[in-house]
Design a protein around this ligand. Structure first.
Ligand code: N01
Length: 516
């Protein structure tokens, strides 16, 4: 029990999040003999963003043969780019194969995670089905993902709207959209998948575009029976397919990071996509971006432009001024009445509310530390002042060109190497040294100087409030893989247990009264 009466459970390692990163961490822990761990997730099953984003048309814009764990290839992918339900199913199948549910508490929200310097533990207050308890863990792994907290647009009068408001990541499946007047705000990766589907059933659809995205065609098709047989029975065939997709994608990383002008052919491809989908010259102009391709995420769709050209769809480029009880008013004074507003307005990435719940050694939260300096860390994994906390998909690990699962697996290598070091050397406390973190971030910002994300002339969620790009890994992903191969203890301040004090456990249990 805690002094405040909460039931306490002690574990070596607590993982927050049961999506691709948290689940991957659990599997790697189990495979490497770290069996005393718990996974905490507020949802009802595995999948993270692939469980939560159920909007019509939800699919991955990275081919499935690459957007999957390297250690769990799936020969049954139905098509080149999988839809949400299939990815969600895949993640749960992998979790079942490794029996991770036995270590997982679903419907469990982390309310507060606080480093305790005397106990050398994270004290994690959680709530499961309305019941508050506490977990004490020697090591905390954050696998919450950057795209988990919906960003609701702050538009004048939006709270007065009398109809339904639905965020793309919290789709309302009970609402009957058929025949309704629908507004979609946003033209990002989510909106371009939603609009073609919703347009098919809407009475009328207004699409509010603030910034036109660059969109290339998607080479999408079902896999043939022969391919399925080859994936299953021809050794190395699926791996080869994965390797080819990976290599082609890395070429884009070169242009984005070092030579934006080299991306010109991509722009031409996007313009051809516009020409193929839209015949009206005015509409073509309206959807042609005015910034460099790659500055925002390059999107993929064969259906977006034809959807905008439909008779029941209007693209609205006049800025939104306000929302009234009945509709949306644009800056030119026009009010368009609607029954439902779909906000496909993205996520709190650099200002996630989760950051306020993680409190480090000096009593400041990640939110407070990062509000001052921007989102910074070391190898996307550790943050000075937050001992024994490893973040997955932390600062400067995001990508605009290939599979995040590759980055996650690089971090999992680092995690395993870190834990093995901790176990072998009876380490009780690790904190990345401030000079190592500063040098790492100076290197990241130096790398970004010529990048399209800074010089491409756009605003994007890749940048934080200080205008710095703190979300993306600049460069080739194999470079990140190389840098995270081994835990480099020299970059850390470490404390060790007193000799002879149970080195195999990171900490002895102090209260085993509750079971997981
Ligand atoms: O969100 P976004 P998303 N008034 O932030 C607009 C991943 N993802 O959910 O561009 C009017 O990209 C905003 O306009 P602007 C992927 O990493 C992956 O679509 O800022 N408009 C923009 O158009 C992606 O990058 C898949 O001017 C407002 C849109 O809303 C990330 O998720 C699929 C506004 C937000 O776009 C986020 O994508 C889906 C306002 N007040 C998502 N506020 C895959 O296929 C915002 N906007 C893997």
């Amino acid at each position: 029990m805690t002094p405040s009466g909460l039931t306490t459970t002690d574990v070596q390692i607590a993982i927050v999040g049961a999506g691709f990163s948290g689940l991957g961490a659990a599997i790697k822990l189990a495979q490497n003999g770290f069996t005393d761990y718990v996974v905490l997730d507020r949802g009802a099953d595995f999948g993270g963003t692939w469980r939560d984003n159920t909007y019509p048309g939800a699919a991955c814009d990275v081919p499935s043969n690459l957007y999957s764990y390297s250690f769990a290839p799936n020969p049954a992918w139905s098509r080149t780019y999988s839809h949400q339900a299939e990815i969600h199913r895949y993640i749960n199948e992998v979790a079942n194969r490794h029996d991770i549910a036995a270590h997982t508490r679903f419907r469990t929200e982390v309310l507060d995670a606080r480093w305790n310097e005397e106990q050398l533990q994270w004290l994690i207050d959680i709530e499961t089905d309305g019941v508050r308890t506490q977990i004490r863990a020697a090591i905390l792994i954050g696998g919450v993902g950057p795209l988990c907290e919906p960003n609701l647009p702050d538009i004048d009068g939006i709270e007065s709207f009398g109809g339904a408001i639905v965020h793309s990541a919290r789709w309302d499946h009970d609402y009957d959209y058929a025949g309704k007047r629908i507004a979609v705000i946003g033209t990002g990766a989510s909106a371009i998948q939603i609009v073609p589907e919703v347009a098919k059933i809407a009475g009328h659809l207004d699409v509010y575009q603030r910034t036109a995205p660059w969109i290339i065609p998607r080479a999408e098709r079902p896999y043939t029976t022969v391919e399925h047989l080859a994936f299953r029975y021809l050794p190395g065939y699926q791996k080869l397919s994965r390797g080819l997709i990976y290599s082609a994608s890395e070429a884009v990383a070169f242009g984005m990071t070092y030579a934006p002008a080299a991306l010109k052919p991509v722009e031409l491809l996007c313009k051809a996509n516009i020409a193929r989908g839209i015949s009206d010259a005015g509409l073509r102009r309206a959807v042609t971006p005015e910034y460099r391709v790659g500055c925002k995420r390059i999107l993929k769709s064969n259906e977006w432009y034809p959807a905008l050209a439909r008779d029941n769809v209007e693209l609205v480029t006049n800025p939104i001024a306000s929302v009234t009880p009945h509709g949306i008013v644009t800056a030119d004074g026009t009010e368009r009445e609607v029954d439902v507003i779909v906000v496909a307005t993205g996520f709190h990435v650099t200002d996630s509310p989760v950051f306020a719940r993680i409190v480090g050694a000096d009593g400041r939260s990640l939110a407070q530390v990062w509000a001052q300096r921007g989102m910074q860390g070391y190898k996307g994994s550790f943050v000075h002042g937050f001992p024994n906390l490893m973040l997955l998909i932390g600062p400067s690990t995001g990508l605009g060109h290939t599979s995040m699962v590759y980055m996650i697996e690089s971090q999992l290598n680092y995690l395993v190497s870190y834990l093995k070091t901790v176990r072998a050397q009876a380490i009780t406390r690790t904190d990345v040294r401030p000079d190592a973190q500063d040098a790492y971030n100076a290197f990241i910002q130096q790398r970004l100087r010529r990048s399209v994300w800074l010089g491409g002339g756009c605003a994007s969620w890749y940048k934080d409030a200080h205008g710095n790009v703190t979300t993306l890994w600049p460069g080739f992903t194999f470079d990140f893989r190389r840098r995270t191969r081994h835990f480099d203890s020299a970059a850390y301040d470490v404390s060790r247990a007193i000799p002879g004090a149970a080195p195999a456990r990171l900490l002895p249990r102090t209260d085993a009264s509750a079971t997981l």
